[in-house]
Design a protein around this ligand. Structure first.
Ligand code: SAM
Length: 279
């Protein structure tokens, strides 16, 4: 297995591989962390897994042992021949060379349920996760290593400093659970930031019912774009929203909310109700 510094260095040297920073390449070198990822993802021999960014195949080997099958999508062409060697012993792994943001993931699994597991490239964490949640791919859960600060924002509650548009977007679709904090020395090379493993369990139905989802998320973006302002002032003329301050204040009053409330104090239920009252 690859999950230790010596083996990782050997594979890298043997293949003359150089890390590409622009692809967010920080490879895992700690088997305890990998065990925690697999446990948090609740994988067994009946699970189909999609892995994003297998790197040299470290996490992939463990996934292949634990799951029914693994499909791994890797963008870096230099890693494809390396993966052929490191995964040669596993006949339940399929590597796709490509950009995860351009894959038709639903088609890969033909409508069958699956789970997503990854040590994500941090530079595109939010687009990858939002893309997966918004496109409603039939993944039961997404268990990923991400920047600790982003994990804190995903699970933040109203009123906390980390609470914002990302918290609301993630919690609309999924139930977040922080499975582990992971220090930089568990990776090669070491990232400049702390990391965390977060599991997002997809909700059967979105957390709230709202007439126009896009309208609600526009209000949310407006609220947190200028988070020091009152909600009524922040929403006024934001990205094509044509509400006056009075209109927003009236809607807030009709919901029993203070007219001077800030977005950071409102939960999803309240944003949904406000969106319905305004639209
Ligand atoms: N899974 C490996 C591990 O844990 O050691 C590598 C994780 S590394 C943090 C992220 C991986 O994602 C790299 O292998 C990188 O080349 C790949 N990657 C970066 N951008 C990608 C994209 N858009 N689509 C697919 N893979 C990508």
């Amino acid at each position: 297995m690859l999950s230790n510094p010596q083996e990782t260095i050997r594979v890298i040297k043997e293949n003359n591989f150089t890390f590409r920073k622009n692809y967010g390449q920080n490879f895992l070198i700690d088997s305890h962390v990998i065990d925690k990822i697999i446990a948090a993802a609740e994988i067994d021999k009946s699970t189909k897994v999609l892995e994003i960014g297998p790197g040299i195949g470290t996490l992939t080997q463990y996934l292949a042992e634990a799951a029914e099958s693994v499909t791994a999508v890797e963008i870096d062409d230099k890693l494809i021949p390396i993966l052929e060697k490191t995964l040669a012993d596993y006949d339940n792994v399929n590597v796709i060379h490509g950009d995860i943001l351009k894959q038709d993931i639903g088609a890969i699994f033909g409508g069958e349920p699956f789970k997503i597991v990854a040590n994500l490239p941090y530079y595109i964490t939010t687009p990858i996760i939002m893309n997966l949640l918004e496109s409603r791919v039939p993944a039961d859960s997404i268990t990923v290593m991400i920047q600790k600060e982003v994990a804190d924002r995903m699970k933040a509650e109203p009123g906390s400093k980390d609470y914002g548009a990302l918290s609301l977007a993630v919690q609309y679709y999924a139930d977040p659970y922080l499975a582990a904090n992971v220090p930089p020395n568990c990776f090669m090379p070491r990232p400049n930031v702390g990391s965390a493993v977060i599991r997002l369990k997809r909700l059967e139905e979105p957390f709230v019912k709202v007439k126009d989802e896009r309208h609600m998320f526009k209000l949310i973006r407006a609220a947190f774009n200028q988070r020091r302002k009152t909600l009524a002032n922040a929403v006024k003329n934001f990205e094509g929203l044509s509400y006056s301050r009075e209109e927003v204040e009236n809607a807030l009053t009709s919901l029993g909310l203070d007219t001077r409330v800030r977005g950071e104090a409102l939960g999803l239920q309240e944003f949904a109700a406000l969106s319905d009252a305004l639209s």
